[in-house]
Design a protein around this ligand. Structure first.
Ligand code: FAD
Length: 534
C-alpha cells in the first residue's frame, strides 16, 4: 500500500514526488524508462518553477549549473549565421542579469538533460519517496477507498494498492485514456524536428557573436531556431516544418556553410494546442502534458505542469495528514484547468506571432528592397518575440485561481494586463502572494510552504490560531512590521496557502475564523461548486 502512486518520471512526475517528499508523504513513482533524458525538449525554466525550486532547495543548481556566466542570451534574427542580421533582442548573460523586483528568483536556462537529473536526485533524497524505473503501470481500478494498480517490471506483474494515483504520463497518457477523458483543441498545428548536434567550431564561423537563440529566416519566413544548449558545444536546431530533408543539410543551411559537427539526436514532434476536458476523477488525478499540450513558444508546457504538481502536492498531503477537507481535492481542476487554458492561449499567441502568412522572396537580396524587407520583418519579429522570451512575468506569475472553491474573494479580481511582461503584485485571494525582502534577508515567499501562513501587518485580534489547532490544521502566524510590505499586501491580515497563493485577506478578524479555515481547507462544499452542480 502506498498513499500516492505517481506514474511518469518526467519533470512533472518528479516535481510531484519532490512536493510530496518535502512534506514527508510516502509515495512511489513508477517510470517505464530508465530515467535517462535522451532528447531534451525543455530548455526554459520559468520564474515560478525556479521559485518552487527555491523552496525545494535546488534553485542554485538550476540557475547555475555550468552554463558559461558571460554567454549572452540574445535572440538574433538572421538569414543565416553567416548571412544578414535582421534584428536583435538583447538579453543579458547570467552574470549581467539584473534582479527582478517582484521575485527572489529569475528565469533560468536549464535544459532538460540537466534539469530532470537535478529533480530526480532531489526526489531520491527523501526517505518517503521511492523511485522505480523500468516499471510500467499496466492498468488500474479505482475503488471507493483507493486505487488498485497493476505494475510490470522485468516481465513480472504485481498489484499495488494506492490511496491516490497521480498520472504524469505525458500526452499519450494511458491513465487519461482509461478514464475516457478527451483532449480538446488542435491536435496538429504542425510537425517539427529537433536536431541536437555537437560542435566547437560554430562561434568562429560568423560575426553575430554568441547568442542564446538565432532565429533563421528564409524566403518562407522564420523556418528554424538554433539554441545554445550548454554554451560550449551542444546546440539544438528546431526546424518548424517537417518535410523531407536531411538533418545535416538543415544545420548547414542555418549556418550558411559547411563546418565540422556531429549530429547527436533527431526527433520529430507534433505542435499541438489541447487541454483535457477533465483533470481526473475522485482518486485519480492527471497533471502535466497528460492534460495540456501547447506550442513550446514561450516555454510554458513543463512550467505549467510543475504548477499542477505543486497544487496537487499540498492538497494530497493535507488529506493524507487528516486536516484536508473532503472537498479539498475537488478544487484541483477548477484551479488548474483554467491555468492550463491560459497557458495554451498565450503559447498560441506566441506561435502565431512568428508564423509567416506570406513569402519573403527578396530576403537574401543585396538590394534596397531586400534591405527594407529585412528591416521591417526584423523589427516585427523582435517585437513579437519579446512577449515570449523577454521576462514575460505576467504569463508566468500572474495566473490566478479566481474561480477556486477554496479561495475567499473579497473584491473583483485585478484586471489582466495586456502586456505579458507587466506583472503587478497583489494580495487579492486566488493569486500568488507578493514577494518582498524581509529585514533578515529572506523573501516573504520563504515564509510559505510547510503550513498555511497568516501574515499579520497589524494586531487586530483573531481566533485563527485556536480554530486551526482545533482542526489540527498547520498554521503559522507571522507578524511583519514593515510599512512598505504592509502596503504591498493591501490588508492587515493575509492568509497564504502552502503553495504560496492567497486564500483569504481582511482588515479585521472575520466573524467566524473557523468558517474561513473550513472553506480554505476544503471542508465545506463551496458556493461555487454548489452552483455548478445544482
Ligand atoms: C521542442 C519542445 C520544447 C519545449 N520547451 C519547453 C520549455 O522551454 N519550457 C517548458 O516549460 N516546456 C517546454 N516544452 C514542453 C515540455 O517538454 C513538456 O511540457 C514536459 O516535458 C512535460 O512533462 P511531463 O512530465 O508532463 O511529461 P513527459 O515529459 O512526457 O513524461 C511522461 C513520462 O511518463 C512515462 N510514462 C508514460 N506512461 C507510463 C506508464 N504507463 N508507466 C510508467 N511510466 C509511464 C514516460 O516514459 C515519460 O517519461 C517543450 C516541448 C517541446 C516539444
Amino acid at each position: 500500500m502506498t498513499p500516492v502512486l505517481i506514474v511518469g518520471g518526467g519533470p512533472v512526475g518528479l516535481a510531484a514526488a519532490i512536493e510530496l517528499g518535502w512534506r514527508g508523504v510516502p509515495c512511489t513513482l513508477v517510470e517505464q524508462g530508465d530515467g535517462q533524458v535522451v532528447e531534451a525538449k525543455m530548455f526554459a525554466t520559468g520564474i515560478r518553477t525556479v521559485e518552487f525550486c527555491r523552496r525545494w532547495g535546488i534553485a542554485g543548481r538550476v540557475r547555475d549549473w555550468g552554463f558559461p556566466r558571460d554567454f549572452p542570451f540574445d535572440n538574433v534574427f538572421v538569414t543565416t549565421l553567416t548571412g544578414y542580421e535582421l534584428a536583435r533582442m538583447p538579453m543579458p548573460s547570467l552574470a549581467a542579469t539584473p534582479p527582478i523586483a517582484q521575485s527572489p528568483e529569475n528565469f533560468a536556462h536549464c535544459p532538460q538533460f540537466i534539469f530532470d537529473p537535478i529533480l530526480a536526485e532531489r526526489a531520491k533524497s527523501f526517505a518517503s519517496v521511492t523511485l522505480r524505473y523500468r516499471t510500467r503501470l499496466v492498468s488500474f481500478i479505482e475503488r471507493a477507498d483507493g486505487v488498485e494498480c497493476v505494475l510490470e517490471h522485468g516481465g513480472k506483474r504485481e498489484t499495488l494498492k494506492a490511496g491516490y494515483l497521480v498520472a504524469c504520463d505525458g500526452f499519450s497518457s494511458g491513465v487519461r485514456q482509461a478514464l475516457g477523458i478527451e483532449m480538446q483543441g488542435d491536435a496538429m498545428l504542425n510537425r517539427s524536428v529537433n536536431i541536437m548536434f555537437r560542435t566547437r567550431a560554430l562561434s568562429a564561423l560568423h560575426d553575430k557573436g554568441n547568442a542564446g537563440r538565432y532565429v533563421v529566416i528564409g524566403t518562407e519566413g522564420p523556418w528554424a531556431s538554433l539554441t545554445a544548449a550548454d554554451g560550449v558545444e551542444r546546440w539544438r536546431l528546431m526546424v518548424y516544418q517537417h518535410g523531407d530533408f536531411d538533418p545535416a543539410d538543415a544545420v548547414r543551411r542555418a549556418v550558411g556553410r559547411d563546418f565540422p559537427f556531429e549530429i547527436l539526436t533527431v526527433g520529430v514532434w507534433v505542435r499541438r494546442n489541447m487541454v483535457a476536458e477533465r483533470y481526473g476523477s475522485k482518486r485519480v488525478f492527471l497533471a502535466g502534458d497528460a492534460v495540456h499540450v501547447m506550442p513550446p513558444n514561450g516555454g510554458l508546457g513543463m512550467n505549467t505542469g510543475i504548477g499542477d504538481a505543486v497544487d496537487l502536492g499540498w492538497k494530497l498531503a493535507a488529506v493524507h495528514e487528516g486536516w484536508g477537507g473532503e472537498h479539498l481535492l475537488e478544487s484541483y481542476e477548477p484551479e488548474r484547468r483554467p491555468t492550463g487554458q491560459r497557458a495554451c492561449a498565450e503559447a498560441m499567441k506566441n506561435f502565431e506571432r512568428i508564423t509567416p502568412r506570406r513569402k519573403f522572396a527578396a530576403i537574401h537580396d543585396d538590394s534596397d528592397e531586400g534591405r527594407e524587407l529585412r528591416r521591417e520583418l526584423g523589427a516585427k519579429l523582435a517585437a513579437s518575440m519579446r512577449n515570449a522570451w523577454d521576462n514575460p512575468l505576467n504569463t508566468h506569475l500572474g495566473y490566478r485561481y479566481d474561480a477556486s472553491p477554496i479561495c475567499v474573494a473579497d473584491v473583483a479580481p485585478p484586471p489582466e494586463p495586456a502586456d505579458s511582461r507587466v506583472y503587478v503584485q497583489s494580495s487579492h485571494p486566488g493569486g500568488r502572494a507578493p514577494h518582498a525582502w524581509l529585514a533578515d534577508g529572506r523573501s516573504t515567499l520563504d515564509l510559505f510552504g510547510r503550513s498555511f501562513t497568516l501574515l499579520e501587518f497589524a494586531s487586530v485580534g483573531h481566533a485563527f490560531e485556536d480554530e486551526a489547532r482545533r482542526r489540527r490544521m498547520p498554521l503559522e502566524v507571522v507578524g511583519i512590521d514593515h510599512p512598505s510590505i504592509a502596503q504591498l499586501y493591501e490588508r492587515r491580515l493575509a492568509l497564504v496557502r502552502p503553495d504560496g497563493h492567497v486564500a483569504w485577506r481582511g482588515d479585521s478578524a472575520p466573524a467566524d475564523a473557523g468558517a474561513v479555515l473550513d472553506r480554505v481547507r476544503g471542508a465545506v462544499r463551496s458556493p461555487i461548486l454548489e452552483e455548478e452542480t445544482s
